[in-house]
Design a protein around this ligand. Sequence first.
Ligand code: HEM
Length: 144
Amino acid sequence: MYPGLVHAHSGLRWIALLLLLVAVVVAIGKWQGRSGYTDGNRKLYLFTLIAVHTQLLLGLVLFFISPLVNFSMLSDKLYRFYSVEHTTGMLIAIILITIGYSRSKRATDAITKQRLIGIFYGIGLLLILASIPWPFRIVGAGWF
Ligand code: HEM
């Protein structure tokens, strides 16, 4: 079960990143262009939230079963990365994305809806990019 979960969590990063990127580009474009809010936009922002929350669920399971999460080995860069940096960075990013989605959903004005997604999803995307164990940064990490 463990290898399958790592693969799913690793591969799903690309779907989450692609959806986040498209969502941020669309939201900022519509916010700046002062255009409306469509049902397609709503679905895009919802699917992005679902992809990120799926990563959260997989990540939480991995947090409890992964040998790379070990709080007695924090002096080692690799264990510190997965136990503290990756987990904290991703949790903050996912909280911001969730706040952005719900505040945008509650907003009544189309431009405010797009602005909230653009800002919150945008900051979330940057945090996620910075917290991913990229193979050029973390020994043993994969691309998929
Ligand atoms: C959008 C959010 C997230 C993304 C894009 C992401 C991405 C990744 C990637 C690419 C890996 C490396 C897999 C590999 O070695 O091939 C990984 C590993 C890991 N992630 Fe995440 N992650 C996210 C959220 C989380 C969260 C919220 C947690 C914990 C609560 C978490 C816990 C872990 C753990 C424990 C590992 C190590 C798995 C292992 O190799 O044993 N992740 N993550």
